[in-house]
Design a protein around this ligand. Structure first.
Ligand code: 2P0
Length: 324
């Protein structure tokens, strides 16, 4: 009744931005990510007949009530599925620097889904695990798999055709991701709230949905052809379009800070010098840069000269979940 799983976080190259069903975490569009080797969560779940309630330890400490409630709600699905009304002790170690702007919910719920399913005796395929992880956090559906991953939005109301799958193995194309941490001040709009407000109020959201279809076609061609220039251009443009929707929301909001724009402009200046770097940005001020191995060092050296840059994390494309 006990299992331990390691799951890595991921970065979306084509963004998940908008839900069509909030309770089931069904998205309005497909998204496409790479799983990252460097940042991960290790979670142990043990179901114990003697427990009167779930327990959740995060990085060695008893978690707050609010966090415990989210974990418990997730475990309720697992218990219902297995028809075993038993409580669990959950221990999570997070190796995702939250300041670097990676959602630890992706690796967190991927690890929790796989560990809780195994511990309670459910035999689920990776596709089914992806569907389960999705119901903790959308981007977690992608972290079940390694390499290049596409999350299919599906069309069924019950989410039965909404899951992620690997489209290319990690070793088939060695790209690098630099996560550039910048100095921050403002409080951010949580991605869940941000995407909800955008869907409900932004007149640009319809344009986003139209554009993302084209971007998915283009990026899949780029991946098949190993065409880095084409991939980079689509990645950067897709992130900009996602962020454009937030400016049209009511009330409007923006994840960028001045430091974010400085890094974006440095990336564009690098390209003018013939160095192929492309940026992407999630629901926060930090910037991630996609590049090829041979240009990783020169990009690092150029970025570290910017006073607004606090830290640069180097990532490779990583594996899917592993049972420890
Ligand atoms: C992504 N983001 O594709 C997009 C791009 C943020 C910007 O997935 O509400 O934590 O838990 O499903 O997965 C972050 O949102 O949101 C995210 P929920 P999640 O990576």
């Amino acid at each position: 009744m006990k299992a331990t799983v390691k799951a890595h976080t991921n970065i979306a190259l084509i963004k998940y931005w908008g839900k069509r069903d909030e309770a089931l975490f069904l998205p309005t569009n497909n998204s496409l990510s790479v799983t990252l080797d460097k940042f991960y969560t290790i979670t142990t779940v043990e179901f114990l007949p003697a427990l009167q309630a779930d327990e959740f330890y995060f990085n060695g400490e008893l978690a707050e009530e609010k966090e415990l409630m989210k974990i418990s709600a997730f475990l309720d699905r697992v218990r219902a599925n297995a028809k075993k009304p038993m409580f669990a002790c959950v221990k999570s170690q997070n190796h995702v620097p939250t300041a670097a702007g990676f959602a630890s919910s992706a690796s967190g719920y991927a690890a929790l889904a796989a560990a809780s399913a195994k511990a309670i005796g459910l035999q689920l395929t990776d596709r089914e695990l992806s569907q389960l992880a999705r119901q903790g956090s959308g981007s977690a559906s992608r972290s079940i798999f390694g390499g290049y991953v596409e999350w299919e939005k599906g069309s069924n109301a019950d989410g039965s055709d909404c899951y992620a799958q690997q489209i290319l193995k990690k070793d088939a194309w060695d790209l690098r991701i630099l996560s550039v941490e910048v100095t921050t001040k403002a409080k951010k709009v949580l991605s869940r709230e941000g995407m909800k407000r955008t869907v409900q109020t932004s007149p640009f959201f319809a344009g986003w949905l139209e554009a993302v279809e084209q971007d998915l076609i283009a990026i899949k061609e780029a991946i098949n052809e190993r065409d880095f220039t084409k991939l980079g251009q689509v990645v950067e443009a897709n992130a900009l379009k996602m962020h454009a929707t937030t400016l049209g929301a009511n009330p409007p909001f923006m994840y960028w800070q001045s430091a974010t724009v400085e890094v974006m402009q440095e990336v564009q200046a690098l390209r003018e010098k013939g160095i192929e770097a492309y940026f992407t940005i999630d629901a926060g001020p930090n910037v991630k840069i996609v590049c090829q191995p041979e240009e990783e060092q020169v990009i690092h050296e150029s970025l570290e000269t910017l006073p607004v840059v606090q830290q640069i994390h180097h990532c490779r494309i990583g594996p899917g979940i592993t049972y420890l």
